[in-house]
Design a protein around this ligand. Structure first.
Ligand code: SF4
Ligand code: SF4
Ligand code: SF4
Ligand code: FES
Length: 911
């Protein structure tokens, strides 16, 4: 038992229950309720067991007549200021307060309810998802501590003293107006129903629970979906969930109502031309029609004239089947994934340098980091549960460096301040990382013994020569990035010498014309400083969508099969040919942007898109929609009628994550089960539909259960060889590689040696983007996310989350606003070489002069109308993060925006 273990905890481990209220296993001991009293031989009094450390030889009495009397007295005081009607308790048989009253044998109470009490205190129902009833509060501080220790927001305090003590969000504000970010940790921690989910109040207590995985971001939190009939009552973060340890954010915990939103399309539909009205048809007719049209196109335009797009929103098994259908049934490799537009440079960069296309660490590794370098990501908004873990480590004393054009929340947040914020100009990441390396090498801070042992020395020497050139010095980088050379030097020294140093990065790294170069550059730096191959270090992409990692692992790229194996590997290709019973095309197929170009030149005519709204999420909307409009058969398989569906000829209703079985793989390579909570609303899970389509096309696919698909993946993919549903059920989750060498998975990669053998340094020349500012477009537009919304908002706009963010706004620096006569909250027109849109301005110093910023969650903003087709040189990942624009006041919103706003309002109204 570790030193400092409390008597309460030690007793629990020995299966001895001591009554308690203010203590939980997820919070530091507090010692306020006085219910857990014990007697210790040789000591006076009745200490609280939750704050008393166990000692060797200690003799503890947990039961005695005196202890029972004292505990009953404590409970009596609580219950005399608590609503007496047990049946009205939302916990309804599951309430810790009532359970403790029973445990201590509290029967008749000596005190009535006539005296001074809190029973008439006003309820706060301002938060859309949970309510606070002070009348039911016992002021145990669990909520306050959860907000501090688990979430790290520090939104709550106990205000007043003694009888007047009350839980207070921020400055005596209602929850909704306070700093609260609605993570729900306080609700989870509350031992009474003082803080309670409104869904519990509406729907009552659940009948069963199902462990599943969040369908939003790449943290991949584990939840217990509590269900009554086929209705979700609430989503409870799973304490045994390895990515989240019982924590959650507002999206996963509360924003699941979209799954039953009236906008869900539940009947298959077809039409000959996009100008025709849709016809609702049977599944058989829709699938048969889709297969026939695709075959007709192939016979007219050739085998390569059709293809498919998989989704990072769908399960591994679904994604695997779509790429299998394209390769085995369509007979080509025209398969790509929406990861193309986010993390394809991660795959390229980490595979080239380290040997595998994935992050190096598990999330918990951050608790052993001493220096945390955050580049181009905004974890508190994009990956909130991981951000809470990172904040915990930062409060313990780890040092933080943030490289981001914007002053993201992490730069200064309660009890955390970045040692250094490097507000570099968008598009200059590579110059910055090269300058970091220049400091390391020129000041003798490299760990050359590590490099000697673990990396290819000749490649290191080449790289070293390149990096030491003056063009990579901090002084040169300062001119390009706008960050003073001294700040770059100090940050680089800290990274190289501050102990375990880890890099976390996001789309602010990858969505650039040099996205792949930057990933290579970060891996170079980590290798040169020996920051790989153990806990607390590494290079880690924070994946945006729930299954970005998985969709890439499953062979969704046109040049690779599962496990990132190139089609040119004849033995590997042969193993798939044998398993699938077909001859496979060894030539790589079309990437998404190539599909669009080929559609416009007439050679690509038919597309199946699963779970991805390319018309809204891909750059240069005009180009995308022109390409879609040029195709003869677009098949959209989705839960909502999205923007892409406007160009579709067949619509196949999809199923949400609550309606299916499968697995997701999160940012830390962790494979977790997704379990069916309710039957598919449209009658078929997505897997069945893909199998039906493939079968109708002429390549039969049948699986009795998704576990059979995972077994097939495991048979064909060395890094997945040890993965099975049985193992996932037994262990909860597992991180690949999982095989004979690592039967229970691999939390930290590259221990002892790199996956590719020796680490490979690559020269990373900084090449400025073609997207230059000039007199016509003098500002740089960059984009990002906000906590309450998710990607293009298809789901979150259909939940109460719209109360926090009902429209995208353009952040602009006061200097740039003043120059243009832009007023705060007024409409502005944003124009680029690709197009123009309108939104409201928000004047703020969060962005530096010369840079404007917006989110892309709402249809009305049409952000991708202005983004261009520039892309990463290696992977074609679009350069979303750098668009030269002009911003001018607009008299009113544009016509497109008004139409989009009507659609946004419709989505929000139906929730
Ligand atoms: S709201 Fe709940 S957790 Fe917070 S102090 Fe009151 S009873 Fe304790
Ligand atoms: S919901 Fe989360 S952020 Fe809000 S008060 Fe509770 S713990 Fe704090
Ligand atoms: S952090 Fe991500 S995975 Fe976790 S609950 Fe929030 S959205 Fe879901
Ligand atoms: S549980 Fe120990 S004092 Fe409350």
């Amino acid at each position: 038992m570790p030193e400092g273990t409390s008597v309460l905890r030690a007793a629990a481990l020995a299966d001895v229950a001591i009554p308690k209220l203010c203590a939980t296993d997820s919070l530091e001991p507090f010692g306020s309720c006085r219910l857990c009293l014990i007697q210790i031989e040789g000591r006076n009094g009745y200490p609280a067991s939750c704050t008393t450390p166990v000692e060797s030889g200690m003799k503890v009495r947990t039961k005695s007549a005196m202890l029972e009397r004292l505990r009953r007295g404590v409970m009596e005081l609580y219950m005399s200021d608590h609503p007496p009607d047990r049946a009205a308790c939302a916990g309804n048989g599951n309430c810790e307060l009532h359970a403790m009253a029973d445990a201590v044998g509290l029967g008749e109470m000596r005190y009535g309810f006539e005296g001074k009490n809190h029973l008439d205190a006003a309820r706060d129902a301002s938060n859309p998802y949970f309510a606070f009833d002070p009348a039911r509060c016992i002021v145990c501080s669990r909520c306050v501590r959860a907000c501090e220790e688990v979430q790290g927001t520090f939104a709550l305090t106990i205000d007043g003293r003694g009888f007047n003590s009350v839980v207070s969000p921020s400055q005596h504000q209602p929850f909704f107006e306070s700093e609260c970010v609605s993570c729900g940790a306080c609700v989870q921690a509350c031992p009474t129903d003082a803080l309670v989910e409104k869904s519990m109040l509406d729907k009552g207590v659940a009948e069963r629970s199902v462990i599943t995985t969040c369908g939003y971001c790449g943290v991949g939190c584990s939840f217990k979906a509590e269900v009554k009939g086929d209705q979700v009552v609430r989503m409870l973060p799973n304490k045994d969930g390895m990515p989240n340890h019982g924590h959650s954010c507002v999206k996963g915990r509360f924003a699941w109502g979209y799954a039953t939103h009236p906008d869900r399309v539940l009947a298959p539909m077809v039409r000959e031309k996009t100008s025709d009205a849709w016809r609702e048809v049977s599944w058989d007719e829709a699938v048969g029609h889709a297969a026939r049209r695709l075959k007709e196109i192939q016979s007219k335009y050739g085998p390569g004239s059709i293809g498919g797009i998989t989704s990072s929103r769908c399960t591994n098994e679904e994604t695997y089947l779509v790429q299998k259908m394209v390769r085995a049934a369509f007979g080509n490799n025209n398969i790509d994934t929406c990861a193309r537009v986010c993390h394809s440079p991660t795959g390229y960069g980490l595979k080239t340098t380290l040997g595998t296309s994935a992050g190096t660490q598990d999330f918990d590794s951050v608790l052993q980091a001493d220096v945390i370098l955050v580049i181009g990501c905004n974890p508190t908004d994009g990956h909130p549960v991981f951000a809470s873990l990172m904040k915990r480590r930062l409060r313990q004393g780890a040092k933080l460096i943030v490289a981001d054009p914007r002053t993201i929340d992490l730069v200064r947040t309660p009890h955390i301040e970045a040692v250094s914020h490097l507000p570099l100009l968008p598009g200059t990441n590579v110059a910055l990382i090269n300058a970091f390396a220049h400091v390391v090498l020129s000041e003798g801070l490299a760990k050359e013994d590590f490099v000697h042992e673990r990396c290819e020395w000749p490649a290191y020497e080449l790289w070293k020569k390149f990096i030491l050139d003056e063009r990579n010095s901090p002084a040169a980088a300062a001119k390009v990035t706008g960050v003073p050379a001294e700040k770059i030097r100090a940050a680089a020294r800290l990274y190289a010498t501050g102990g375990n140093a880890v890099i976390y990065y996001g789309l602010g790294v990858t969505e650039h014309s040099q996205g792949s170069t930057m990933v290579l550059g970060m891996a170079n730096l980590a290798m040169a400083t020996g920051n790989l191959g153990r806990a607390g270090v590494g290079v880690n992409p924070l994946r945006g969508q729930n299954n970005v990692q998985g969709s890439c692992d499953m062979g969704s790229f046109p040049h690779e099969l599962t496990g990132y194996r190139h089609l040119s590997d004849a033995a590997m290709l042969g193993s798939f040919e044998a398993a699938w019973g077909v001859t496979l095309d060894p030539e790589p197929g079309l990437r998404i942007p190539n599909m669009f170009d080929a559609a416009l030149d007439g050679s690509f005519r038919g597309l199946y898109v699963q779970g991805e709204d390319i018309a809204q999420s891909d750059p240069n909307t005009h180009h995308v929609t022109a390409a879609l409009g040029a195709m003869e058969c677009v098949i959209v398989h989705d839960i909502f009628f999205n923007e892409t569906a406007k160009y579709a000829h067949v619509f196949l209703p999809g199923s949400s994550f609550l309606e299916k079985d499968g697995t997701f793989t999160n940012s830390e390579r962790r494979i977790s089960r997704v379990r069916k909570v309710m039957p598919p609303l449209a009658g078929k899970a997505d897997l069945e539909v893909t199998c039906d389509l493939s079968t109708a096309f002429g390549y039969p696919m049948h699986y009795a259960h998704p576990s059979e698909i995972m077994d097939e993946i495991a048979r064909l993919t060395p890094t997945f060889a040890g993965v099975s549903y049985e193992k996932l059920d037994r262990l909860g989750s597992v991180q690949w590689p999982c095989n004979d060498q690592a039967p229970e998975g691999t939390p930290v990669m590259h221990v002892g040696h790199f996956v590719r053998g020796k680490g490979h340094f690559v020269v990373t020349e900084y090449v400025p983007t073609d997207e230059r500012v000039g007199p016509r477009f003098p500002l740089i537009l960059t984009t990002g996310r906000i906590l309450s919304q998710y990607n293009v908002g298809t789901q979150t706009r259909r939940t109460a989350n719209v109360v926090w963010h009902h429209e995208d706004v353009l952040e602009i620096h006061p200097h740039d606003a003043e120059e243009r006569g832009v007023r705060d909250g007024a409409w502005v027109k944003i124009s680029s070489r690709a197009g123009e849109t309108t939104m409201r301005a928000q004047i703020t110093e969060r962005v530096p002069p010369g840079v404007v910023y917006t989110t892309f969650h709402h249809q009305s903003s049409g952000t991708n109308i202005v983004t261009t087709e520039n892309s990463d040189w290696a992977t074609n990942c679009p350069e979303y993060k750098v668009t030269a624009v002009q911003v001018m006041p607009a008299a009113e919103q544009g016509a497109r925006r008004a139409a989009g706003q009507a659609a946004d309002a419709h989505a929000a109204a139906g929730r």
